[in-house]
Write a protein that binds this ligand. Structure first.
Ligand code: ADP
Length: 451
């Protein structure tokens, strides 16, 4: 039985016993009077506590439960406990909701909750960015009124959400991969992911494969044609030698392309360029000048100026490959009688290696694209001079790995300057020169020019 009822009955029983005793001693009237008094007091107490309970239930602040250490004590205690548990549960729920929202907010993908009629309920900042929305004002509005691309609107209406939708946004170059996930009664979760970068990488990969195939197919076709000619036709020895020479040229061209591709791939997968290996610049550039001289075969004046008193920190083979690509381009794109100048000098930010030529120059619209793989201004000229279209891509990669940048300045018909700029953290004071070498930059310049 309920403790409240039990206690009330106990009080009434005690009162009845006492009343009976009083009746026996003082007569029935007195007994009834005592009993009535006890019942009235009891009723008054219950009424007072009921009023207190009603006031508490109606009150805004449910914190302090009415107190009673008598009959109502247990009731109030139970109410208090229930109230406290409910408050605790509410707090936990609010905390979980906050955490959930924070987690979804931190999500790099966009998330929008839509109700049964596709009105926005809530969403995260990534979704605001993706769809150009502001949930503080857009919540409650149909999403189709705000994201109006026809593809999206028909996807939303189709009810077929098994496939993802590729959505190109009207502003900028952004592409989203979008899907709708039904959940709950009839709600939907709109999920969006920015796939612009992934699409770009995929396009570059596709172009690259197409370019490589094309670049290799041309010499291969020529080679196969010559092979058939040599096999089918009766040729005299000198004709045969000519054909074999032409075939060798094509084979060498393919080998150069493959070698350049391997160099590029090695640069892409190599560990970061070392920061503790010294490249003795004067020695490297001296070698570069000699190689450039050989390449020029006396058709140009090759000048070396070493003015910067620094050596470089990095991978010598990579820097050598970058510098010699620049020098070989200068020779290949400078007509006979021109000048090719190799310059190493200190700059405000560090040091720079410049290859300046007096060659054919480059029209300004081509300059931003020169470091793309297989990009050439004049395809046949590049091919005639043994170019693969990969030289400047190799240069850019090797320089980037050394925290350096490539600048290109050119005047069509007058010449070009390719400048590799190295930051101070990639430089160390130049290693002391051997006794026979000349110490200061100007004298070295004269020495090289004299050579
Ligand atoms: P390639 O093997 O064709 O020379 P690169 O990547 O080295 O390929 O250079 C890309 C293009 O940039 C060349 O095809 C050429 O049109 C242009 N180029 C590079 N260096 C020079 C230069 N010194 N003078 C004029 N044009 C140049």
């Amino acid at each position: 039985m309920e403790p409240l009822v039990l206690r009330t009955l106990l009080v009434l029983l005690t009162a009845a016993t006492a009343s009976l005793a009083v009746s026996a001693l003082l007569g029935a009237g007195s007994g009834w009077a005592v009993f009535s008094c006890v019942v009235v007091v009891l009723l008054a107490h219950h009424l007072r506590q009921l009023r207190a309970l009603r006031a508490w239930l109606q009150g805004a602040d449910r914190g302090a439960v009415p107190e009673d250490d008598g009959l109502w004590g247990d009731v109030f205690e139970a109410l208090y406990r229930r109230e406290r548990d409910a408050a605790q549960r509410e707090q936990e729920l609010a905390l979980t909701l906050t955490r959930f929202r924070e987690t979804v907010q931190a999500f790099p993908d966009g998330v929008v909750v839509l109700d049964a009629v596709n009105q926005i309920v809530w969403g995260n900042v990534a979704a605001e960015r993706h769809f150009d929305l502001d949930f503080s004002t857009d919540a409650g509005h149909p999403i189709a009124n705000l994201v109006r691309q026809p593809d999206f609107v028909s996807y939303l209406a189709s009810g077929d959400y098994a496939r993802r939708l590729r959505l190109r946004l009207p502003r900028g170059e952004t592409t989203l991969s979008v899907t709708l996930i039904p959940f709950g009664e009839s709600q939907k979760l709109l999920h969006s992911r920015d796939v612009t970068q992934a699409e770009r990488v995929e396009a570059v990969r596709r172009d690259f494969v197409a370019n490589v195939s094309h670049e290799l197919r041309t010499p291969l076709t020529v080679l196969v044609g010559f092979l058939e000619t040599v096999r089918e036709l009766k040729l005299d020895p000198s004709q045969r030698r000519d054909y074999l020479n032409l075939m060798e040229t094509q084979a060498l061209r393919m080998r150069r392309i493959v070698e350049d591709l391997l160099t590029l791939s090695a640069l892409e997968s190599a560990p970061p360029a070392p920061t503790d290996e010294r490249i003795v610049i004067s020695r490297l550039l001296e070698r570069m000048r000699a190689e450039t001289d050989v390449l020029s075969a006396g058709r140009h004046q090759v000048v070396l100026e070493v003015r910067g008193p620094f050596d470089l920190l990095g991978a010598e083979s990579e820097i050598a490959s970058a510098f010699s690509n620049l020098a070989s381009n200068a020779v290949r794109y400078t007509p006979k009688g021109g000048e090719v100048r190799l310059i190493w000098e200190a700059t405000a930010q560090g040091a720079a290696f410049t290859v300046a030529d007096t060659g054919i120059g480059i029209q300004p619209e081509h300059i931003p694209r020169l470091t793309e793989r297989f990009y050439r201004v004049d395809r046949s000229r590049s091919r005639e001079t043994g170019g693969t279209g990969l030289g400047l891509a190799i240069v850019k990669h090797a320089l980037t790995r050394h925290d350096a940048t490539l600048e290109i300045e050119s005047t069509p018909g007058a010449g070009s300057r390719f400048i590799a700029r190295f930051p101070a953290q990639r430089l160390v004071p130049a290693a002391p020169m051997p006794a026979t070498a000349v110490a200061d930059g100007d004298s070295q310049l004269m020495r090289n020019e004299a050579a």
